[in-house]
Ligand binder design. Sequence first.
Ligand SMILES: Nc1ncnc2c1ncn2[C@@H]1O[C@H](COP(=O)(O)OP(=O)(O)O)[C@@H](O)[C@H]1O
Ligand SMILES: [Mg+2]
Length: 343
Amino acid sequence: MSRTKVIAIANQKGGVGKTTTTANLGYALSNMGRDVLLIDYDSQASLTNYLNIGLDDEETYYGIYDLMLCALRPVDPEFDESLAAIDYKNDNDFARLCEMCIHRPTYLARELQTVDGKRKVVDVEREFGFDLLPSHLYLSDYSLEVSQPKYANDSVGGLRLYNVIQRILKWHEYDYVLIDCNPSLEIMTMNAIIASTSGILIPTNLDLLSTRGVTNLVDRIGDVQELMNGINPPIVHMGVIGILLNLYSERRRVDTTIENNLNMFYPFKIFREKIPESVDAKRAVLGGLIYSQIHKKAKTQYEAVARELEETLGQMEKEGQKIQYLERKMNVVEQPEDTQDNE
Ligand SMILES: Nc1ncnc2c1ncn2[C@@H]1O[C@H](COP(=O)(O)OP(=O)(O)O)[C@@H](O)[C@H]1O
Ligand SMILES: [Mg+2]
């Protein structure tokens, strides 16, 4: 079995911090010396843009769409000559394809340097420290194509992203592959969930309705586990890793009340470490940076989440899937009595 942890960051709700979590958790893990690949599996390409790729409409680049397309069928030379020349099954061609599609995102750091004998602040291009398989708006064309009737009886349909990732891992054995999902439970997200055999990390805000919505996703993950178990030979899928509370404020009493409720009643692990809410999450983007690069507490917390993640994955490996289903009753996350804010 590969040592790589393949994890999806998923929640069918938008705006709960999936993209922010993927980038900042990836950054924390690579700062810990882990070899990380991020996959933007959302046709809105928010993660790609967040990491300064594809911001200019004219910019052309290869990414997950191209990889998936080459895996699906021969590419028409009129669409793209370079892709048409690739034989997906050939290892050398596949390596070339990975080099075309996998990027090393960068940002501009302001640094003090001596230029012509004078001390000046200059912009220097620096790597975030992880790889990115970017997305593009035309990833939605791919999902349309695979929904065509001719692929209806295709037994590897659901495993398509899984197979592509396994192939990438033969080319380069990353420590972590984090997949940023789109906000739905449609075919694309299901493919990402299937591919994420080390489990799913579910970021949510502290809105009670959002935390209730997680139930639906959790049910689908359970179905995927069963399905993978039934494959011959069975593929072990770890299911839910845990729920990550994002946009959290210790000063808002309702947040701590909801957290306590979740900890009492939710049958899944709620990460002890939480991500604070701050306008810096949005402000960072203005400078082409990510949240934890400009907000100290966010950096500390993402690093703490990364350590908690490693600890949890280690435990899950030891205990199988037991720890995911804690001895709690689902359903009864009641409206907290105390919804008064202190702010
Ligand atoms: N901890 C946070 N504090 C404040 N704003 C945040 C935080 N996390 C994310 N955001 C903002 O919320 C919006 C949605 O976040 P995003 O990561 O794109 O969510 P999703 O991928 O789930 O749609 C973005 O504008 C982002 O900057
Ligand atoms: Mg997103």
